[in-house]
Design a protein around this ligand. Structure first.
Ligand SMILES: Nc1nc2c(ncn2[C@@H]2O[C@H](COP(=O)(O)OP(=O)(O)OP(=O)(O)O)[C@@H](O)[C@H]2O)c(=O)[nH]1
Length: 309
């Protein structure tokens, strides 16, 4: 019998949870070695649950990136659906990565820890952004404080941005996942989401990055057509906003802003698909979309599907 036959494989789901803007998506992308989940220097960038497949010799992790959990989602259907997506991911997780910022703990984190306790899954504490600490000696008392709050299976200081300790986090986590006879995903499968869906997200990423405080949150993206050819992918997409004024801002003087959003998004979609991309964007007004559950469902476009481990 070859050595391979003796290798024990582990596979399962890990949900990445935490309050908005702690670096959950950055961590997912760092481990995947490519961008899948969008990131920006603003809270609430992630609106959907994204599954990324980490393939390692010892097994596979289906990593679920989730929207940041809000303590007070209010009445908005959008905020409520963000919390549902995040908490729903917990229900199917074999292990949870609870991401917090190094040397920072506040009520929002406390609220999430309460939800995790109720769910009862094993939780690993991921202490992110250690590169931002001026004095690493502050980590030790922080770790002690965290250790008193909950019986975490492990605590991992990492820098999602620089990569420090991220691979060790993945390796250690594999051991907590169920043993399997075979890897559930093809080794080159990146996600369960369609490329159409990820492309819409990459367009939204550029909107988040290039506009000020209000307009990005009023924007949603749908894909109108998506034709893949071996060397060229043609994509047409609509950016939905709530009001005429926002449409004008999105387009910018002489169409400059929309052009720049399109060209940045095109570049990241080209890297993802490994083809040239021809991207056409339209901006349309749809008042009240954030409060319209039917439209929110339409934004999901395709339901996540993955093999059960
Ligand atoms: N210095 C530093 N910055 C980081 C690190 N991880 C993430 N960031 C930055 O923090 C910001 C937020 O990161 P995201 O990955 O979008 O955060 P998120 O938790 O997914 O945010 P939501 O989508 O709002 O839930 C981005 O500007 C990242 O570049 C890190 O380890 N160090």
């Amino acid at each position: 019998m070859s050595d391979d036959a003796h290798q024990i494989l582990h596979a399962g789901h890990i949900a990445i949870v935490g309050r908005p803007n702690v670096g959950k998506s950055t961590l997912l992308n760092r481990l995947l070695g490519q961008k899948l989940s969008i990131t920006a220097d603003k809270p609430q960038t992630t609106r959907h649950r994204i599954l990324g497949v980490l393939d390692r010799p010892e097994g596979q992790i289906a990593l679920l990136d989730t929207p940041g959990i809000h303590r007070m989602p209010g009445k908005r259907a959008l905020n409520q659906s963000l919390n549902r997506a995040a908490l729903g991911a917990l229900a199917e997780a074999d292990l949870v990565w609870f991401v917090v910022m190094a040397d920072r703990w506040d009520d929002e984190d406390g609220y999430i820890l309460e939800s995790l306790r109720r769910e009862g899954r094993p939780v690993m504490l991921v202490i992110n952004m250690i590169d931002r600490l001026n004095d690493r000696a502050r980590l030790l008392p922080f770790l002690e404080k965290m250790g008193r709050l909950h019986d975490f299976v492990e605590m991992f200081p990492v820098s999602a941005l620089k990569g420090d300790n991220a691979e060790r986090l993945a390796e250690s986590s594999l051991r907590y996942l169920p043993e399997v006879d075979a890897k559930p995903f093809a080794e080159d499968q990146l996600t369960d989401r369609s490329m159409r869906f990820v492309s819409a997200e990459f367009i939204r990423e550029q909107i988040m990055r290039s506009l000020g405080e209000e307009v990005p949150y009023a924007a949603a993206v749908t894909i109108d057509h998506f034709e893949e050819r071996p060397t060229l992918t043609r994509i047409g997409a609509t950016i939905w906003v709530e009001r005429d004024g926002q449409k004008a801002i999105m387009i910018g003087r002489g169409g400059e802003r929309l052009k720049s959003i399109g060209s940045q998004a095109r570049k990241s979609i080209e890297t993802l698909l490994d083809t040239k991309v021809f991207l056409e964007l339209w901006v349309k007004v749809r008042a009240g979309w954030q409060d319209d559950p039917r439209f929110l469902r339409q934004l999901e476009m395709d339901e996540s599907r993955w093999p059960k481990t």
